[in-house]
Design a protein around this ligand. Structure first.
Ligand code: ATP
Length: 279
């Protein structure tokens, strides 16, 4: 990236560096009020209200087509909503470009990671760090001294992020040689390069074996201890129910339930939405 550095969020932490935890008595962290998103005639989100508190693990669930990805896309600025407000630490962010929203401390991973298969894990993890880098393409191309210094720093930070997800020993392995579970962890390491306050994980447990899910769970808890907030979109219900402090359920674009996992699991509207989906 060229030119100006992206802002570093004031109270963000470097998850691998273990900086202290944010002040809990802050304004609402992430708040959605009446968020509506249309795709042609399809109402993908309909007046969704939702609030996220810092340092929590919250899951977003719902049957296929419920609007989960659309909600993430609305928050990250990919598809801004037609109606409603999205506030981040008290300021409206709906309508800001995605890179600006990312620079405020909101990062996400993808279901199918857009990693570079032939490059080593470390270089892939560096992509996230580079998005905050100062050096322009010319400086990097001419190997300017400040660009080399920055490169070293970013490399070290990417290494720490690999460590944070338990992949330090895979730093020089090409992505194509990593199993699915490790590729998912690498996607998280890359997102950590943005030094986010909020990390949204799109189906982190999908396709993983039980022991990999255990590792993932430990790693998410460790990140939250260091100050991150994690929003998980997931179809794996046992993972959702064991890891979440709160669960938000969407169905056909509408919020149908929100609360502690046990209450959500027993909610007749939720049961109906899922049974309806299976028929
Ligand atoms: P899944 O669990 O299957 O990933 P989801 O809950 O993430 O589903 P979304 O992908 O948000 O659901 O889709 C919600 C609705 O919006 C669906 O009807 C979908 O077809 C529609 N939709 C989503 N993105 C687009 C788009 N870019 N263009 C048109 N329609 C879209």
């Amino acid at each position: 990236m060229g030119g100006k550095p992206l802002d570093r969020p004031e109270s963000s932490i470097n998850p691998s560096g273990g900086r202290p935890i944010r002040d809990k008595a802050q304004k609402p962290f992430l708040q959605l009020v009446g968020v509506t998103k249309m795709f042609g005639g399809i109402r993908a989100l309909h007046r969704v209200d939702f609030q996220l508190e810092p340092m929590k693990i919250v899951s977003l669930i719902g049957p296929n087509g419920a609007g989960k990805t659309t909600l993430i896309n609305a928050v990250t600025g990919v598809f801004p909503p037609e109606e409603g407000r999205i506030c981040w630490e008290g300021s409206e962010i709906a309508g800001l470009p995605p890179h600006r929203i990312a620079s405020l401390g909101i990062a996400r991973t993808f279901q199918l990671e857009e990693l570079f298969p032939s490059l080593p894990a470390l270089e892939n993890a560096m992509v996230g760090c580079h998005l905050r880098g100062m050096s322009g393409i010319l400086a990097t191309g001419f190997r300017a001294p400040w660009s080399r210094r920055e490169e070293r720093t970013l490399r070290e930070e990417a290494h720490q992020n690999l460590e944070a997800v338990g992949l330090a020993q895979r730093a020089s392995n090409p992505v194509s040689s990593l199993p699915l579970g490790e590729r998912k962890l690498l996607g998280i390491a890359r997102a950590l390069g943005l030094r986010p306050k909020l990390l949204m994980l799109d189906e982190p447990a999908g396709g993983l074996a039980a022991h990999e899910i255990e590792k993932l769970t430990e790693m998410i808890h460790a990140l939250v201890k260091k100050g991150l907030t994690v929003l998980v979109i997931e179809h794996n219900m046992s993972f959702v129910m064991s890891i979440s402090e709160k669960v938000l359920v969407l169905d056909a674009g509408m919020k149908i339930a929100e609360g502690p996992p046990e209450a959500v699991q027993a909610n007749p509207r939720v049961i109906k939405a899922y049974l309806g989906d299976e028929e």
